[in-house]
Design a protein around this ligand. Sequence first.
Ligand SMILES: C[C@H](OP(=O)(O)OC[C@@H](O)[C@@H](O)[C@@H](O)Cn1c2nc(=O)[nH]c(=O)c-2cc2ccc(O)cc21)C(=O)N[C@@H](CCC(=O)N[C@@H](CCC(=O)O)C(=O)O)C(=O)O
Length: 319
Amino acid sequence: MFGIEFVPNEPALKVGYMAKLAEDAGFDTIWITDHYNNRDVYSTLAILALATSRVRLGTGVTNPYTRNVAVTASSIASINEISGGRAILGIGPGDKATFDAMGIAWEKPLSAVRDSVAALRELLAKKRVEGHGMAGAQLAFSAGKIPIYIGAQGPKMLEMAGMIADGVLVNASHPDDFKYAVPLVRQGAEKAGRDPKEVEISAYTSFSADKNPDKAANEAKIVVAFIVAGSPETVLSRHGIEAEEAAAVSRAIAKGDFGSALAAVTSTMIDVFSVSGTPVECRARVDELLATGVTQIVVGSPIGPNKERSIKLIGKEIL
Ligand SMILES: C[C@H](OP(=O)(O)OC[C@@H](O)[C@@H](O)[C@@H](O)Cn1c2nc(=O)[nH]c(=O)c-2cc2ccc(O)cc21)C(=O)N[C@@H](CCC(=O)N[C@@H](CCC(=O)O)C(=O)O)C(=O)O
């Protein structure tokens, strides 16, 4: 199963055009990121619902802080109705930097995600919800069947996703991260008395494919820089990346000195935090990821030096 992520940092109609390209190239799912400073995720998904006819359409990922969960239920149910039943809700704890900027206290993210998924299950079943922070909220229209996926990286979030979600979206591009994550998700499913096969495990990668491997790697650099800057110590040491090397990238980004940040990104960092290179090289990494128990590959930003060309190239030579 192959998905693709679009960040709505360009007009929704343009994202709609790319979505149609991706559908024609053979992708199965399309994920739209949710950050307050980009276009609204649901407006963008509505455009995609009209621009496509087969692909499934997901929030990749929303969070329980910037929208009340009853509003999230109404929004994803509306997308499900507009798209003829193709919506997927992806929800994660969100990221601290974003919430600091918005003046939102990032409290108890694990519990917040758990409670919001429980409330969503009931709201999307058109039930009157008492509890999980709700006091009688109820949708006035039928949502239809909407899978709920969790965006997770930490051990507890991964296990919880296995316990309660239909799928998990793990922001990682290297097999070692999935040798760590997959058993935790399966453990969660078993703890909840579920068949682990019920939980779709998606590698939500940073992907950059081009016939020219240097161009592909170059395009991945800026995304890798932000991933390095946001990676916990445990992830860096899993891959033998020195804290000082990562700090050099973080410091440069914090100063807005992107030239130095890019210069501080090593080829190891690109290899660890992205799937990048020629189609043959990318396909080799995809096969490594699938061998760890991953069941869906999501092609995440930057996709390639020229998005349109890379979408077609990936469709032709990798899917
Ligand atoms: C909260 C954090 O969970 P995490 O899984 O590491 O979260 C990292 C990311 O998944 C999270 O930031 C996501 O929202 C990031 N994210 C996006 N975040 C966005 O805001 N927008 C996006 O579009 C987005 C896309 C996306 C796609 C895939 C993906 O995997 C993640 C994505 C964490 O620290 N988890 C710990 C648990 C922390 C804990 O125990 N908390 C307790 C108590 C501690 C306390 O008091 O806070 C609790 O919450 O009850 C763990 O899993 O072990």
